[in-house]
Design a protein around this ligand. Structure first.
Ligand code: ADP
Ligand code: ASP
Ligand code: MG
Length: 402
């Protein structure tokens, strides 16, 4: 007996049948004597549908209004789930992010949680109520609704678990754990019993959207025991843990991230300070740059290529247009049809062969590499988007199929 935080994603509550299924699982945990707080996402494709609705009316809607709109999806879910629990006959209360005490910064659409005022949550638990909280949302200092970025309900759940010192934070979804690659298109992907916070953080940041990367960051910081489980089947899931409890594997998983765009400044002057002047223009506007390549100078000119998220591409092009005279490139080239494919594993530090094996797998599959980046626990390559799934399968076969 203790405090359990559970989170159910959109597919787990997509229709009445699923909502009732989730309700009975929650009641089970409650009837065992636990205090239970549940974070829930918008049903099914609701968030995507709301984005589409907004696009029809104004493709350049302000982020403030987008947050107002998108947060409504979670408000529907909490009420429906609470009604399902009422019907079973247990005390329950649903709360919006604001009612649950989530205060965030003012960065609409990608807000960070600053603090959770836990009084209300604690009061409800003291009354032995099941508490259902709308995920992915909070309120900022202007009393405006904010959202935490796509997939952010995971982070809402971990934040509650951290603030109240829950015994465990269980993330229930449509797969039964974290796999060595996305099981939707890598048929022989294997479920991991456990994974370190650091490896999970890399996987999540590199495209394994089974967990929101900030939820993992927060779980690590506040030592939250995190589990990924199936909302449909009762099987053991994956535990995200401290590194020393986890066996170090050379490669833990393979990911792909389609949310990137490549930009190339072709033929810029080969003089000191060029990279600085280009990237400082971007960092001033808060635009994060990922993979970077600079060619060797030739005839006093060089090329600088890098990737950003697709959402940042229009801003990057605007900035370069406005600063034509400083940058002085012969040509600015870009593409959205690229993907980043990565391998992650704490055991790859100082293992020179890993990169070679990854490149060999791509060569055998006849896939061209545009860019490469490495760190202690990951190697990423940029490939054409049409090749990305094949690339993941080929690399997965090489390292993880046995
Ligand atoms: P939810 O709506 O429950 O938050 P998400 O769609 O955000 O669910 O996350 C679950 C999905 O993550 C799975 O359906 C799966 O396709 C995808 N996924 C990507 N990489 C992995 C991985 N390595 N392990 C498990 N699932 C993964
Ligand atoms: N409903 C939001 C989304 O689809 C938040 C979440 O599901 O975590 O991104
Ligand atoms: Mg999710």
């Amino acid at each position: 007996m203790g405090l359990i935080v559970q989170k159910y994603g959109g597919s787990s509550v997509r229709d009445a049948e699923r909502v009732n299924n989730v309700a009975s699982r929650i009641v089970e945990a409650y009837d065992e004597g636990n205090d239970v707080i549940v974070v829930v996402s918008a049903q099914g494709d609701t968030t995507d549908d709301l984005i589409e609705k907004a696009q029809e009316i104004n493709p350049n809607a302000s982020k403030r209004e987008m947050d107002m709109l998108l947060s409504s999806g979670e408000q529907i879910s909490v009420a429906l789930l609470a009604m399902a629990i009422e019907r079973i006959g247990r005390p329950v209360v649903s709360l919006t992010g604001w009612q649950a005490g989530f205060s965030t910064d003012t960065n609409y659409s990608a807000a960070r949680i600053k603090k959770i005022k836990t009084e209300r949550l604690q009061n409800e638990l003291d009354k032995r109520r099941i508490v259902i909280v709308a995920g992915f949302q909070g309120v900022n200092k202007y009393d405006d609704i904010t959202t935490l970025g796509r997939g952010g309900s995971d982070t809402s759940a971990v934040a509650i678990a951290a603030s109240l010192g829950a015994d465990v934070c269980e993330i229930y979804t449509d797969v039964d754990g974290v796999y060595t690659a996305d099981p939707r298109f890598v048929k022989n992907a294997k479920k991991l019993d456990d994974i370190s916070y650091d490896e999970m953080l890399e996987l999540a940041s590199l495209g394994a959207n089974v967990l929101h990367n900030r939820s993992v960051e927060m779980a690590k910081k506040y030592h939250v025991k995190l589990a990924v489980k199936s909302s449909l089947e009762k099987v053991e899931g994956t535990y995200v843990k401290e590194v020393n409890q986890v066996e170090k594997m050379l490669v833990r998983g393979v990911t792909r991230d389609n949310d990137c765009a490549r930009v190339a400044l072709v033929g810029v002057e080969d003089t000191p300070g060029k990279a600085f002047s280009v990237f400082s223009l971007l960092s001033k506007k808060n635009i994060g740059v990922d993979l970077i390549i600079q060619s060797i100078g030739r005839d006093g000119k060089k090329d600088i290529s890098f990737t950003v998220t697709e959402g940042d591409l229009p801003a990057v092009l605007d900035i370069f247009e406005a600063n034509r005279d400083t940058i002085k490139a012969d040509k600015i080239d870009y593409s959205k049809d690229v993907s980043k494919v990565s391998i992650v594993g704490a055991g790859m530090v100082n293992n020179a062969g890993v990169a070679t094996t990854m490149f060999e797998a791509l060569y055998n599959a006849n896939i061209n590499i545009n860019m490469i980046a490495t760190s202690e626990i990951k190697i990423s390559v940029l490939v054409e988007q049409k090749d990305a799934e094949r690339a993941v399968v080929a690399i997965h076969d090489k390292f993880l199929h046995n």
